[in-house]
Design a protein around this ligand. Structure first.
Ligand code: FMN
Length: 190
């Protein structure tokens, strides 16, 4: 497994080759909670959002929207109200994924949440692929946390703020976990 992971000692050419490998990116992704404090540029954030929008959704309804926060003052307001998102203090940006039941297939909240969650994983993987770090912090299903996000960002009550994803340049301390568990796989006998 170690050979699949991108390390700081890799040369640029090695890094580029590895990052083009989707499986490598998947296995390198980890929740990054320690950032350098460096700002994240708009171009990178745009790439990340585009990866989010490439996610599958039930009947291709795309029942989501994305709020991109880069102002320090707004990041601090979210930080103040969200006890489990303290990494916002040193993040360069944050993306808030909003699930929109009114746009989802059959108007179902469940599809809005499932589809937006898939967009969320794409966002986490894109951040990793671009050399950034990110972590999903929960808003949904906690009413109090959703209300903090709604209030800070002016999101209406019919829209579900699913999460707050702090994004930044990794300090280098967070590592991927090996979660492979044989007992969680059930192969059909052949
Ligand atoms: C639905 C969901 C909610 C989460 N909420 C938080 C959170 O509020 N704060 C946090 O630090 N991490 C949160 N996480 C990140 C998990 O703790 C993390 O994904 C898990 O420990 C596995 O580690 P890894 O992401 O490094 O593989 C959340 C992850 C998911 C999928």
């Amino acid at each position: 497994m170690a050979g699949l992971l991108v390390t700081f000692s890799d040369s640029f050419a090695e890094k580029e080759k590895k990052m083009s490998d989707a499986i490598t990116v998947i296995h390198s992704r980890k929740s990054v909670r320690n950032f350098t404090g460096q700002a994240v540029g708009r171009e990178l954030l745009d790439k990340i959002i585009r990866a989010g929008m490439a996610a599958p959704s039930a009947v291709n309804m795309q029942p989501w929207s994305f709020v991109v926060v880069t102002y320090r003052q707004t990041l601090d307001m979210l930080n103040d109200g969200l006890p489990y998102a303290k990494m916002l203090g040193k993040a360069g940006a944050a993306i808030i994924i909003c699930a929109i039941p009114d746009k989802a297939y059959d108007g179902l909240k469940e599809f809005a949440v499932i589809d937006s969650t898939l967009a969320g994983e794409n966002i986490l993987l894109a951040a990793e692929a671009l050399g950034l770090g990110a972590v999903w912090t929960a808003a949904y299903p906690y009413e109090d946390r959703m209300n903090v996000v709604r209030k800070v960002l002016g999101i209406p009550g019919n829209i579900i703020p699913l999460n707050v994803i702090p994004i930044g340049y990794p300090a280098g301390t967070d590592k991927p976990k090996n979660k492979y568990k044989l007992e969680n796989v059930h192969w059909e006998k052949w």
